[in-house]
Ligand binder design. Structure first.
Ligand code: ADP
Length: 351
């Protein structure tokens, strides 16, 4: 019998399953039948070239290529070919690994990666959107209040009313500018991961922040202390962002104390042994339930019917963006104490 140069001599049962041929159909046939075009047509040339020149393209090297099943379908394989010398002929053994599953896995992995990239973009946008919605609520409520008061005063000719009207409109304009600053500083923060910082007086900013927080809620009758010693007054900070932190912490404290008689709020600063300035906001509310405590700074963690649960995570982002840290424990006043650290501004201390 005149066998082709690369006639099949044996065909394993694994190969039978992979190619859908029985061994008897392959034995004695040219094994190019297991290859798709163009390898199928070129196979004889490849083999002759190797036999004549000894130049190896696949043998002993291995390569990723395609194979062809009985039904004509093509599948990816990892092919390595071993060579042995018999007494009369050379025998080549092909070891074939079907890569269909591997390729599918790679494709699935790629799909997952695309999905993940999409999800993290959506999450970043969602976090930004909810942070903006949360932070803009305060100036918008204040503007609405000032405008309502203005509407009541606008027809009055009483000079005192005219003064109040002027003041209310001015305050509303100030709050609108503040809203703009919040958007700008948040956008800067997201884009660059940092914001402009300068020397600021804590006494001023903590006072302003508390006043802004009190403006939009029932804060009457709260016993409020502000304790800022002069060695813990000047910090390096972004004014708008520090106000945002204070507004969030003060609003939380006031909301927590809602049911209390004799409500107490204390904001204080203190120089730490490592030179940083620690700011604390303390209340005499009920403290925290353990399940909230565990995920306190995680977004969307809230105990309030109308809460968004992003206030503390915004505070954390801002404080950490300043190189500080934020944490909570029990206050000597009986409720919660929220603490965070900022860098001091030494030059300002020497003023
Ligand atoms: P939100 O105020 O929208 O719920 P926050 O992230 O600001 O979101 O707060 C998360 C939760 O932490 C609150 O729902 C509340 O349960 C708890 N919390 C925050 N501050 C205090 C506080 N001073 N006293 C008691 N619980 C607090």
């Amino acid at each position: 019998m005149n066998l082709p140069a690369s006639a099949g001599l044996s065909f394993s049962s694994a190969a039978e399953r992979m190619f859908q041929y029985n061994e008897s159909e392959v034995l004695g046939e040219d094994i190019s039948m297991l290859m798709p075009s163009p390898d199928r047509e070129r196979h004889g040339r490849y083999l002759n070239n190797y036999l004549e020149t000894g130049e190896r393209k696949v043998i002993g090297i291995g390569r990723l290529t395609n194979a062809r099943r009985r039904d004509g379908s093509i599948f990816p394989i990892d092919l390595s070919i071993g060579e042995a010398y018999g007494t009369e002929q050379r025998i080549f053994t092909g070891f074939i690994r079907d890569l269909t599953e591997t390729r599918n896995r790679e494709r699935r992995l790629q799909d997952l990666q695309h999905e993940l990239a999409h999800v993290s973009r959506v999450t970043a946008m969602g976090t930004l959107a909810s942070a903006l919605a949360h932070e803009l609520n305060q100036p918008l409520t204040a503007i609405a209040n000032y405008m309502e008061a203005s509407a009541d005063l606008v027809d009055s000719t009483d000079p005192q009313d005219r003064d109040m009207l002027r003041e209310a409109v001015g305050e509303a304009a100030g709050q609108a500018l503040r809203a703009g600053e919040i958007i700008r500083s948040l956008r800067e923060f997201i884009q660059r991961g940092e914001t402009d910082r300068q020397s600021e007086s804590l006494r001023l900013i903590l006072n302003e922040g508390a006043a802004l927080a009190f403006a939009g809620m029932d804060s009457s009758g709260i016993d409020f202390d502000l304790l800022v010693p002069s060695d813990a007054d000047h910090v390096l900070t972004n004014r708008v962002q520090l106000q945002q932190v204070i507004i969030n912490l003060v609003r939380n404290a006031v909301e927590a104390m809602q049911e209390r008689q004799g409500r107490r709020l204390r904001i204080s600063s203190k120089r730490e042994p490592d030179g940083k300035i620690r700011i604390s906001v303390e209340d005499n509310g009920p403290g925290l339930s353990p399940d909230i405590q565990k995920r306190l700074f995680t977004p969307f963690n809230t105990s309030k019917a109308r809460g968004m649960g992003v206030g503390l995570s915004i505070c954390q982002t801002i404080v950490e963006g300043h190189g500080g840290r934020i944490w909570a424990d029990r206050s000597v006043l009986g409720g919660m104490a929220f603490h965070f650290t900022l860098d001091p501004c030494e030059e300002a201390d020497n003023d």
